[in-house]
Design a protein around this ligand. Structure first.
Ligand SMILES: *Cc1c(COP(=O)(O)O)cnc(C)c1O
Length: 378
């Protein structure tokens, strides 16, 4: 069994993907080919925002968004403490101070009460200027955007949605990647919508940011002219080949993959509900895109044992994430954040199980049977 089965998706879509790649080879327009523009149009339409700007990966997407916001080394950028490194790396790479906020234990997403406390603390310290909140849609579930938006409005902060894992999810009929002033996603192969290499995208309704982001992606170019440079930007584009691969993959994602993966999650929920492990919670009004199906064990030792037992049964599992962001060596002297209780607990108890639209029902049954054996119920 594989943790995320990318090969069965390719088998299903092989004809369309191969033909789409061949078109690019025939035209040999490898950078900014017509497929890139077509994909941007389709992504914007699906997400329900005015503009989509593709780029080289989800990390660049975050950095570009923060550059468009004008983030500097005077600024504080609030990030969840429990997420992938990029979320905090992006503001830190611009010299801004990442402020690590504890997450909600049930949703794994940034806790709005803790966010407000962190903003108040930064204001009272007076060293950094609160500027941006980065909310992550962790494991596929959109964050609490009603409360987060309210807090951003109250303190005059910009909202950046890191939808690298959230693409396809929904809250109150709105798609993930439409909640931020700017939102971003990643097409890393294992994300809900992945390409065959690195890729990313930025979404916004704002016309000026659209123009600025398109410039920043290509060396700060002036409109269409790459040799007139009006900003210090970067080189961050999605290859035409990756756009060509994403076009048929997006179609399958919209038409059935997002439904399939939700059906798989329901099977897990039903089979695991009486075993005493904490299951992922999707509150009413939300839909997850199930980048991960993550359960919580009682403690670190139990997690270690069950992970080992499942590995012996041929079932791969992953720990996302073993370390609070503030504990990463790249961030020094951040021990005040050891008070982030839920983050500290989750790093010891979470375990992600195999999930994808293509995982077989019988594989899920087997995984759940083994977990139930582990707890001695059978
Ligand atoms: C994967 C990921 C990113 C970065 O995306 P890349 O395309 O790998 O650069 C950023 N944020 C989160 C939450 C992610 O999971």
């Amino acid at each position: 069994m594989e943790f995320r089965n990318l090969r069965s998706q390719y088998k299903e879509l092989k004809n369309d993907i191969d033909a789409s790649i061949q078109q690019v080879l025939d035209c040999s327009n490898y950078i900014s080919g017509q497929q890139v523009r077509e994909l941007e149009g389709r992504l914007a339409e699906y997400v329900g925002v005015k503009h989509c700007i593709t780029c080289a990966n989800g990390t660049d997407a975050l950095v570009l968004a923060l550059m468009a916001f004008g983030v500097t080394s005077d600024d504080a950028v609030f990030v969840p403490d429990f997420t992938f490194f990029s979320t905090a790396e992006a503001p830190a790479s611009l010299g801004a101070a990442p402020i690590f906020v504890d997450v909600d234990r049930a949703t794994y997403n940034i806790d709005p009460d803790q966010l407000e406390k962190s903003i108040e603390r930064v204001l009272s310290e007076g060293v950094y200027q609160p500027k941006v909140v980065i909310a992550v849609d962790l494991f596929g579930l959109p964050a609490d955007y009603d409360r987060i938006r309210e807090i951003c409005d109250k303190y005059g902060l910009l909202l950046l949605e890191d939808g690298a894992q959230g693409f396809g999810g929904m809250y109150k009929e709105k798609r993930a990647c439409s909640f931020g002033d700017i939102s971003t996603t990643s097409f890393f192969p294992a994300k809900p919508l992945g390409c065959y290499g690195d890729g990313g995208a930025i979404f916004t309704d704002n016309d000026e940011w659209d123009v600025l982001l398109r410039s920043l992606c290509v060396h700060g170019k002036d409109g269409a002219d790459k040799y007139e440079n009006v900003h210090i930007g970067m080189n961050s584009r999605l290859d035409t080949l990756q756009a060509a691969i994403l076009l048929p993959k997006l179609k399958a994602f919209k038409e059935y993959e997002i439904d399939w993966v939700n059906q798989r999650a329901i099977i897990y929920n039903e089979r695991l509900k009486d075993l005493g492990v904490k299951l992922p919670e999707v509150s009413s009004g939300y839909m997850s895109s199930w980048a991960q199906y993550t359960i919580q064990l009682h403690d670190e030792l139990e997690r270690e044992k069950i992970q080992k037992y499942l590995a012996e049964c041929g079932i791969p599992t992953m720990v996302y994430y073993k370390k609070a962001l503030h504990r990463q060596k790249a961030f020094v002297n951040e021990s005040i954040y050891d008070n982030n209780k839920n983050t500290m607990l989750l790093t010891k108890t979470v375990l992600s199980l195999p999930i994808s639209p293509y995982i077989l029902q019988q594989d899920i049954e087997l995984i759940c049977e083994k977990i139930s054996n582990f707890f001695g119920l059978n």
